[in-house]
Design a protein around this ligand. Structure first.
Ligand SMILES: Cc1cc2nc3c(=O)[nH]c(=O)nc-3n(C[C@H](O)[C@H](O)[C@H](O)COP(=O)(O)OP(=O)(O)OC[C@H]3O[C@@H](n4cnc5c(N)ncnc54)[C@H](O)[C@@H]3O)c2cc1C
Length: 362
């Protein structure tokens, strides 16, 4: 993690400290919520009433193993830590959040078994001994009966998912109830100061909008399609290995599925292309013919905030902490990264989650 950690906690006691959080995507919302639980007077600045931020586009996969194909041990460990923190966070929220911890099935068509085997080998190399405890190669999988025809599968047991909209809604609900919510874009963000207001500490969680202050921060475009498919009954996340496009299918409640894949090095968040739409939907149809009659509920695109090395950034200065660069892992990383960032300042997230709201934990 690219991180400049403070030598000592900022305050011995954060209770009653006036803090500002700029940006209420998943990173800012979670930071603000933890600070609220720690007894701070929290002010959130967020201009986006239309739910257009990257965090609303996310498929909500908590997939440290599947992501390991293109990431590293740091992301993997932070991801596992977040997977274990999410149930505690969700339990503490007032509103229900769909969260399921039943793993991912990695599959391929028979003609693409080479790509599948390559994926298995990468995971074996990166996970070492842990491969056999967290992954299972299934010759004829019965976990998802409607995908039986796909042959060999790799089951990644420890992966989970949540509904990103419900998660943000629940966090925002708590914050709007217990904190000061400003529907405002912050133009001036500096140590101890936002929009000419003074604070004891400022957290900058603006995602890609912070690119002017974080060298190398850039956008990586992603596209996702939400469908309603009453003829498809899949309970687990599915990754389909394919030589050109690897897609994921994420089941949500009521036979809704999120289908996504493409990643383009561009910060363009314009509408989804015809090519991507065709590829994603054809690939989903090739996995399960029931997608033919599915209804398209939403086509969405966004640009993920990424650093040059695709590692998250925690940058502390006196009076200002910037947390950013969550890239394609916003939900996978946010709890662990926020825990690390606030931990360095003297706020113990684990105790807060263990002891409950306004616990004496700082
Ligand atoms: C198609 C797609 C699928 C994805 N799927 C997954 C997934 O399955 N799992 C996963 O873990 N991650 C996923 N991601 C990645 C995830 O969405 C991002 O990593 C995450 O949303 C980044 O969160 P953030 O809070 O840092 O930034 P953002 O979500 O961009 O939030 C930044 C917030 O700051 C606000 N803001 C900006 N400027 C200002 C200002 N001047 N003043 C006040 N507020 C401001 C914005 O309005 C915004 O609300 C996906 C991303 C995409 C595009």
């Amino acid at each position: 993690m690219t991180s400049a950690t403070m030598a000592a906690p900022a305050f011995k006691n954060w209770r009653g400290k006036k803090i500002a959080v700029v940006g209420a995507g998943i990173c800012g919302s979670l930071t603000a919520w933890v600070a609220q639980q720690a007894g701070c007077e929290v002010h959130v600045f967020e201009p986006d009433r239309d739910k257009k931020s990257c965090s609303f586009t996310a498929a909500g996969m908590l997939a440290p193993m599947a992501e390991l194909e293109s990431s590293d041990d740091n992301i993997y460990k932070l991801g596992l830590q977040s997977v274990s923190l999410w149930p505690q966070i969700i339990k503490a929220l007032d509103c229900p959040v769909f969260h399921r911890h039943n793993g991912t099935l990695v599959v391929s068509h028979r003609q693409d078994v080479g790509v599948f085997n390559q994926f298995v080998n990468v995971l074996k190399n990166k996970l070492g001994e842990q491969f056999s405890s967290s992954c299972e190669l299934l010759d004829r999988q019965n976990l998802e009966p409607e995908l039986k025809n796909l042959g060999t599968a790799l089951y990644l047991k420890d992966e989970a998912q949540l509904d990103s909209h419900q998660t943000l809604a629940a966090l925002h609900h708590s914050l709007q109830k217990g904190s000061h919510w400003h529907w405002q874009r912050s133009e001036n963000i500096s140590p101890y100061r936002v929009n000419e207001l003074e604070f004891d500490w400022v957290f900058d969680c603006r995602g890609l909008a912070a690119a002017t202050d974080i060298p190398g921060l850039h956008g990586v475009r992603g596209e996702v399609i939400m469908v309603h498919a009453p003829q498809v009954n899949i309970a687990r996340m599915v990754r389909v290995m394919h030589p050109r496009y690897k897609i994921y299918i994420v089941p949500r409640e009521d036979n809704r599925y999120m289908i996504g894949a493409t990643e383009i090095q561009s910060d363009d968040a314009g509408p989804i292309s015809v090519r991507s739409t065709l590829e994603l939907l054809s690939a989903a149809f090739s996995v399960h013919s029931g997608f033919a009659e599915a209804r398209i509920l939403k086509l969405d695109t966004n640009a993920r905030p990424a650093t040059m090395d695709h590692q998250p950034i925690i940058d502390h200065q006196a009076g200002l902490t910037r947390i950013n660069g969550l890239y394609r892992h916003g939900y996978l990383l946010a709890p662990a990264v926020v825990e690390k960032a606030l931990g360095a300042l003297g706020i113990d997230v684990a105790s807060i989650l263990k002891q409950g709201v306004y616990a004496d934990c700082i």
